[in-house]
Write a protein that binds this ligand. Sequence first.
Ligand SMILES: NC(=O)c1ccc[n+]([C@@H]2O[C@H](COP(=O)([O-])OP(=O)(O)OC[C@H]3O[C@@H](n4cnc5c(N)ncnc54)[C@H](O)[C@@H]3O)[C@@H](O)[C@H]2O)c1
Ligand SMILES: [Mg+2]
Length: 344
Amino acid sequence: MMMVHPVKFLLSAAKRPLTRCCSAFVSRIRSLNRLKEDDDVCAEALQHAQIFLFHRLSPLLQSSERGTFRAVPLMYSDIRAILERLGSDEAKLKESVLIGCSEQNQVQFCLDVGELDQVALEEALDGTFVDLKKGFFVLRRSEAPLLAKAQALLRWHLTTGFCSATGRPTCPNQAGSQRVGGGGGTIYYPQMSPVVIVLVSDGKRCLLGRQPSFPPGMYSALAGFCELGESLEETVSREVAEEVGLEVHNISYSSSQHWPFPRSSLMLGCHALVSPAHSQVNVDHTELEDARWFTFHEITSALQVKGLWSRGHAPPLWLPPKHAIANRLITEWAELQRCSQKAD
Ligand SMILES: NC(=O)c1ccc[n+]([C@@H]2O[C@H](COP(=O)([O-])OP(=O)(O)OC[C@H]3O[C@@H](n4cnc5c(N)ncnc54)[C@H](O)[C@@H]3O)[C@@H](O)[C@H]2O)c1
Ligand SMILES: [Mg+2]
């Protein structure tokens, strides 16, 4: 495997002077913004950046002995050498898409080399292109969101090569943060779908559902896509009514997460209550295979189960892994129950 040289992106490359009092975070964000606005500065940064390779939207990963995966960033010059060896050339690197900047000020890009031979690439790179659905949950939690963002942006570029109004080609800026053209000079930006995910409680128990596509025994918080014209609260009320036939109140927002499956979504995590007197679920089986109330004890036991796909004895309840916002909502609920039990 080629060594990745720790090249730091020089903030001075972004010629615009930054205010002295800026925190490191603010400086990073402003430098990234500059890269999106200025193609020349971005092209220069690319030459010193870390680049995460994908093959037909599968990221290049290395497996560790502990069964986890690590992302494998490479430097521009390493990739250029491999491209030349495999019959491509440096021009391909211009298709790289900006994805971020590390805390060490290393600018990060991604690039899909799906037209090259996968086996030859894997041999040259000493890694494997792994389906993100398989790799996501065993990647380190600091790497999974970065690769999910990279895949989302690469997919967007793959599917927006032409203007939907004129049918003419669109072209990306150097950062890949927008595409322009299609005849009318329209600017296209990456899109994602807002989705609500809600943990419903009756005060003592919480309500989880499962879809037929879930692994056996896994239950999750209820989720659904926002419809045009809806507020967050309206989507929560509609989805809960549709899927389990209940009316919720006291909807509160918790936190959010970008979710790459099956396409880019912004998951908006909420909690909501139903009255214990009106908690009889009526599952819509076209949407869910099952939905049930779970006790605090069942949830705390399930939160301790390690490894979503571990072999051996299947536990009675499996919860989504820690990477998923559903897990965060369930953990928050369990914490709240623990506190209120202590207070009683
Ligand atoms: N991160 C997490 O913790 C977590 C947990 C549960 C679900 N999710 C995600 O939430 C998403 C939505 O959940 P759901 O499947 O229950 O949604 P849902 O209940 O809205 O049902 C999905 C159906 O909605 C329709 N739909 C409406 N707008 C859509 C759009 N913009 N894109 C795609 N389909 C649309 C389609 O017919 C689709 O089959 C899923 O993609 C799932 O991966 C994430
Ligand atoms: Mg749903």
